[in-house]
Ligand binder design. Structure first.
Ligand SMILES: Cc1ncc(C[n+]2csc(CCOP(=O)(O)OP(=O)(O)O)c2C)c(N)n1
Ligand code: SF4
Length: 239
């Protein structure tokens, strides 16, 4: 059903952003909106969002949207898919929600090859709550909870690589970055197509900017993202 406020939201480009200037979520969401329009799936899509800055997307699209308890988006999304097998379910979350509190949901959805698509924005920290250390925080990275830099882990958490080890034959798993939006678009499209084709679990991690908690300007954000790309290689990990 069309929203009275935003009669054609996906094509609407003048809507104010809820995100901080320079935030990567806006780029990912722009891509998701474009994909829904290009793939003509707006009427069938259910958008599932977590607590964290992803929830600021609650009214971005004129599609059915629900928001869950922190980290539980994957479990709720797959329940929605099982109850509505013809719907296309896009679950959207941060690295804190997906890889810390919600990790068991992600692993079991992958292990059971649930036919949903999960898009996860990795900005190396818990951003909405002020920039605490997350599983993805880089070695030496300063956060609010690691003022002297992270020293407890010599490597961060590699979500797509871990999921790929347990993934079924039909699963699709990739990592992209907001600095390469064309590649991110194409990987997310492959993931959604995987679901449409009924092949099972699909997952795309997208390396994303958080200038507010990184305390960076535009140039500093771009540089930090390049550093992330050296740690977290981009590419299709399972297809
Ligand atoms: C069960 C529960 N635990 C903790 C919180 C507090 N909380 C809200 S947002 C958030 C951080 C989210 O970080 P992330 O998932 O990385 O998303 P980002 O904000 O970085 O996009 C936390 C810990 C909560 N709302 N509910
Ligand atoms: S705190 Fe970071 S992730 Fe959240 S909206 Fe601002 S820039 Fe984006």
């Amino acid at each position: 059903m069309k929203s009275p406020r935003f009669p054609d939201t996906i094509k609407e480009s003048s809507k104010p952003s809820n995100f901080c200037p320079g935030c990567g979520h806006s780029i990912i969401l722009k891509n998701i909106g474009q994909l829904m329009a290009d793939m003509k799936i707006e009427k069938k899509t259910v958008f599932a969002i977590d607590i964290g800055c992803s929830l600021l997307a609650w009214d971005f699209f004129d599609v059915d949207t629900f928001q869950t308890h922190h980290g539980r988006t994957t479990a709720t999304a797959l329940g929605m898919k099982r109850a509505n097998p013809d719907a296309i379910i896009l679950a959207y979350m941060g690295d804190g929600g997906g890889y810390a509190i919600g990790l068991q949901n992600l692993i079991h959805a992958c292990y059971r090859n649930e036919n949903i698509t999960v898009i996860l924005a990795n900005n190396t920290m818990f951003s909405m709550t002020g920039g605490q250390m997350a599983p993805t925080t880089l070695p030496g990275e300063v956060t609010n909870t690691t003022p002297d830099g992270v020293f407890t882990a010599d490597k961060p958490f590699y979500g797509p690589e871990m999921l790929a080890r347990e993934a079924h034959e039909g699963a699709y798993i990739a990592r992209a970055a907001v600095s390469n939006p064309g590649q991110a678009y194409s990987y997310m499209k492959n993931a959604i197509q995987n679901q449409i084709d009924g092949k099972g679990f699909s997952f795309v991690e997208i390396l994303s900017y958080c200038p507010i908690n990184w305390k960076t300007d535009a140039e500093g954000s771009a540089k930090f993202l390049e550093k992330m790309k050296k740690t977290f290689p981009l590419g299709e990990i399972k297809k």
